[in-house]
Design a protein around this ligand. Structure first.
Ligand SMILES: [Zn+2]
Length: 150
C-alpha cells in the first residue's frame, strides 16, 4: 500500500539528530492518532509534544511518498522531515509490518456493506476499536482512524 523504505525516513530527515529524536518519539508513544483519508492516500497524524502538532503526509496513487508537512515551528524553517514527521513515518512503517492497514481495508469493505443497512452503522464504529474507527475529518473528507494511543 505505502512504500516506506528506511532511506525515505533517514535521508530526508533534517539531520541525524532529528531522526533520532523522531525515533524516540515513535518508541515512547508520542503518536496520538493516525488517520487515513478514504479516497486518497493521505495520512494525518497528531503527535504529542509541548503541544499537539499535526502532520500531513501525501502519497501517490502508486504508494510512493510525495510530500510531508508539519505544523511545528522547526518544520517551517528547515527543509526535510522534522521529528514529528519522522515519528509518523516510523509509525506507518510499523503499522504496515503489523498488518495495521489490512484491518483498514477490511473496515472499508465492511462499511460498503453496511451502507445498505444504515441502522447498523454503529456496529462498524465499535467492531474493532481502537483500530479503524472512522470519522469525518477536518478536511470534510471521510477518514479512518487507523491507530490511537490513549
Ligand atoms: Zn514537526
Amino acid at each position: 500500500m505505502f512504500q516506506i523504505p528506511d532511506s525515505l525516513i533517514v535521508n530526508f530527515s533534517i539531520s541525524r539528530q532529528v531522526y533520532r529524536q523522531g525515533l524516540n518519539y515513535f518508541s515512547t508513544g508520542k503518536i496520538k492518532s493516525v488517520r487515513i483519508q478514504e479516497d486518497k492516500p493521505i495520512i494525518y497524524g497528531v503527535v504529542r509534544d509541548s503541544q499537539d502538532y499535526n502532520v500531513r503526509i501525501v502519497f501517490g496513487e502508486d504508494g510512493v511518498f510525495q510530500s510531508a508537512e508539519c505544523t511545528c515551528p522547526v518544520s517551517s524553517h528547515y527543509s526535510g522531515h522534522c521529528k514529528h514527521i519522522v515519528a509518523v513515518l516510523l509509525h506507518l512503517k510499523w503499522l504496515k509490518e503489523n498488518n495495521g492497514f489490512r484491518s483498514f481495508e477490511e473496515k472499508k469493505a465492511a462499511r460498503e456493506f453496511f451502507r445498505y443497512f444504515p441502522s447498523s452503522s454503529s456496529v462498524i464504529r465499535t467492531m474493532s476499536a481502537p483500530f479503524c474507527l472512522y470519522e469525518s475529518g477536518r478536511t470534510g473528507h471521510m477518514s479512518y482512524v487507523i491507530s490511537v494511543n490513549s
